[in-house]
Design a protein around this ligand. Sequence first.
Ligand code: SF4
Length: 387
Amino acid sequence: MVSTVYYGSPRQARWDAQETLPAKLDRIIERLNIRERVKGETVAIKIHSGNNMGYSTLHPVFVRRVVQAVLDGGGSPFITDVSWDTHNAHERGYSQEVLGCPVYPSAGINDRYEYVHKRPYKSIQEWHVAGMVQDASFLINFAHVKGHPACGFGAAIKNLALGCMTGVTRSAMHDVMHYDPYWFREQCPDRQTFERILASCPMKALVEDKKIRGDIHMHFEMCNQCGRCLQAAPSGSLKIQPENFYSFQEACAISASITLSTFEPGKVTHLALATQITPLCDCFGFTSMPILPDAGVFGSDDIVALETAILDQTAGLRLIEENLPTSMEVHTRVGHPFAWLHGSLKDPYLTGVYGEQIGMGSRQYELVDVFPLEQIFTGGMQYISAK
Ligand code: SF4
């Protein structure tokens, strides 16, 4: 199956508002027939509102246009995100006055309004879907594209996977990276060697387990798989292996698919804005310098196709290494720039691969540019110097 992904380039030919991203988002909203589809629907618009002093999340100008389209179409919209992000979202411009509809915590003010779905995956037995999301009859999943320390990048799938579950499931999803054993203490001869292994990691990803002295706890989010620790560790004592890293992405695909399964066919659509692409997730509560140029705005009814198209559009962009936090390093230049940043075992395409395997969508897509860039100056002019 080939899915359609609508795309608006961040570049413009003329000094004209109609060629800029908010206007291109309007065209994508039209192509997805959002107005026609939401009449009489209760529409959850899931965004990541960030927290603290982050300012690189979706600009309210974009969110307002989606809200207005839903209102124009006769739907009843609300903005939603996890409670710890919505409680001060107004400080970052996400308020009813600005956006035109209420902003609700997805699982209530105490993060306890939820529906439980049983589906075993490694250490996770059940998934707690946020009640306000499941109660809606239509979902607009509007994501901001950025890097992510656990899975390389975050966009539409992650916006649902983490953002539509309550805290207990979000924690379990991060913990699943520890399900497959990676530390084998019987292969470590003494305390001195143990401490040398911990000290070998420049990212401080290796710490002593809080409960069991002599065990290693790895912060997978901080590990870029540089391999330094493997030089310090006796053979077989420590493993840097794909299954630990991949499990978070597989859990993301499962989680998003469970949320999507609560909506009737045709009652979900996905939008994503790739501007101010920072190295880390919007959860961090601050904004770092952009590490990729802006890549545009995207929309599709197929979440897997959308993610694949975003990654393909950003794959060839230059990683702006001079903008990285100096605590980060690029030690591989294989694969997507997000993998350069977070390590090759955090291949950003993987979540979509898992998503396709469980029937969430197709990685085959047709990209439809809603406002193809007009090439005005083609370079063939005779040069005339300015006076
Ligand atoms: S691979 Fe590198 S970043 Fe990861 S734990 Fe080992 S030393 Fe730290």
